[in-house]
Design a protein. Structure first.
Lengths: 338, 338
């Protein structure tokens, strides 16, 4: 690769842009004190001259890195990708860069926090839908690194979430309203806290109790978050002497796995078995799946906005935001056959 | 937030770790010249003391930023998320950080390259499945910034891709082999180059010609890459006096949209109409869709490995890698009804 042949200085850029060196420097560092037109002119000149400013030198002077860490378990799953896009959309105009840390396995999540403190690379961390333990949080605090959670909650740092209990109730109440009494649950556990009973499960037990329906433990199958796991869990339900007339799945991907198993068994949805999920994954609309919609992109946007408030030292940053969910009735649910 | 109350120096870290200051510095900067055990010890001490090293200061000395830009159109779509995870998997042990730039709209892609040159933030750029024009590429070169493409091809910089023509042939040849002659195509165009006829379309025309099937222009509908677009395009096909007996879609998401429209019309798949896609999206397995599998994660891994070679100055870095695709027959294709 070739390198620039002559050294262009900041003074050259300033002179050609018709501004002072201080203004040119502030324009290149993205300071808000420079008028947009001035900034555009300076950037245009810098660009034309192939002037290379070191943002690292600039940030060392300000004590800020200008970077935010996005720590996200599974980029290739819809929810995480959508939240990440929302975060980026809210940060892009703030001239902050996003450092990406995919942390698929639980041990990767802890490794991220273990390695971070020795290398202050970011001003803030956004974690997507997994919990940070108290020790990890305190280390960030000691370094002056802010933390916000998108999709999840914590007593110790600000978060944006949905009300998982309410979402679960919207799904199960829909099934009981239709007249179902033999309702199965495909329960997805938090891989970080497998012993914790999820609020989406609490909703199931509460809805059944309120409707005087006794819980049949055979109808509750613990699955993982993927579609193949949902398909396997549904097979277990179809092996029962009295299979359910309706299935409540903790996510759309799990629900779509169940749908495949039901169809392979030659049964019709919703005539023989109703299915409802949670998410409103784009493919839920394509597969006509009834579900409870959660705003994933919006959770990312709101979390990033809270972070911008923290970085700006705003006094009134929300500590928690809960976004609403809503039932979306499609073709996978109906009253049970008489 | 509280701040560390006493200032820990690099000398403190070195003393407690039992190494020289130079070794401690190299260990903290991730130099390969330090033995893993030594590095682990230094990191452990630095961590315990809450020592905060500025990686920016270290990188200014070496002239490298230690960062790679990942420029990706749609994080929330499976292919892009999967490629991104592959890239991260290959870079994680190289101690390089990934700066994330989602660039959904075409103008965002150009804006990324326009803004980059004034601020050298990265040593290299990986673009996922979109073309970089010659002017943009040359600006990167002038700055000494490497570029590699994952999913896509270029004469000007190294790339990893699949053979889109071959993938299309696998899909259409499967339909002609089954005996279909009235085969429709849901054609997804590259949003950056809408006038370019895609290789996946060339495959369609070539396969029909080889089988002596005349092209019916009514059977080719240009759609976009999403499922809803596929659903709408399929509606157009069903409004024909003689609808097709088989549909070839340029992606699984487009194919799944077509599947919904076909089912809503009361038709059965594959009895009335066969459908084949390209990708092997995880939901293709769940919805029993016949498709052509492309290795998305692997494209990311290979692109990142090429990048590591370029950064290390290796003399024998591949300029192009083409990964194989394969037909995956599931339940959405069958011979036409007699």
């Amino acid at each position: 690769m070739t390198q620039p042949t002559e050294k262009v200085t900041l003074a050259d850029v300033a002179r050609l842009a018709g501004v002072g060196v201080g203004t040119a420097s502030r324009a290149l560092s993205g300071s808000a004190k420079v008028a947009p037109e001035t900034r555009a002119k300076v950037l245009e000149v810098a660009d034309r001259l192939h002037y290379v400013v070191s943002p690292d030198a600039a940030s060392l002077a300000s004590g800020r890195t200008g970077r935010v860490a996005l720590v996200v378990p599974h980029l290739s799953r819809w929810f995480f990708g959508e939240v990440s896009e929302g975060i980026h959309a809210a940060l892009r105009d703030a001239d902050l860069d996003l450092l990406l840390y995919p942390v698929g396995a639980v041990r990767d999540r802890h490794a991220f926090f273990e390695r971070l403190p020795a290398r202050r690379k970011v001003d803030a961390v956004i974690v997507v839908a997994f919990p940070v333990d108290e020790d990890e949080r305190r280390r960030l605090e000691l370094m002056g690194v802010h933390i916000v959670a998108a999709g999840g909650q914590s007593a110790a740092y600000p978060f944006v979430r949905i009300d998982d209990y309410a979402a679960g109730r919207q799904a199960v109440d829909h099934l009981t309203f239709l007249g179902h009494r033999r309702i199965a649950m495909l329960e997805a556990r938090d891989p970080d806290q497998p012993d914790l009973k999820p609020p989406r499960s609490d909703a199931y037990y509460a809805a059944l109790a309120e409707n005087g329906i006794e819980v049949d433990p055979d109808l509750v199958v613990v699955s993982d978050w993927g579609g193949e796991e949902g398909a396997r869990a549904m097979s277990r339900l179809l092996s029962l002497r009295h299979p359910p007339t309706a299935v409540y799945a903790h996510s759309d991907e799990v629900a779509l796995g169940a749908v495949r198993t039901i169809r392979r068994a030659g049964l019709e949805i919703p005539r023989d078995i109703s299915v409802v999920g949670i998410d409103d994954h784009p493919l839920a609309a394509l597969t006509d799946l009834t579900t409870v919609r959660q705003p994933a992109f919006e959770q990312g946007v709101r979390a990033a906005e809270m972070l911008l408030g923290l970085l700006a030292g705003a006094p009134d940053v929300d500590q928690s935001v809960t976004l609403p969910t809503e039932l979306v009735v499609r073709g996978s649910t109906a009253p049970p056959r008489r």
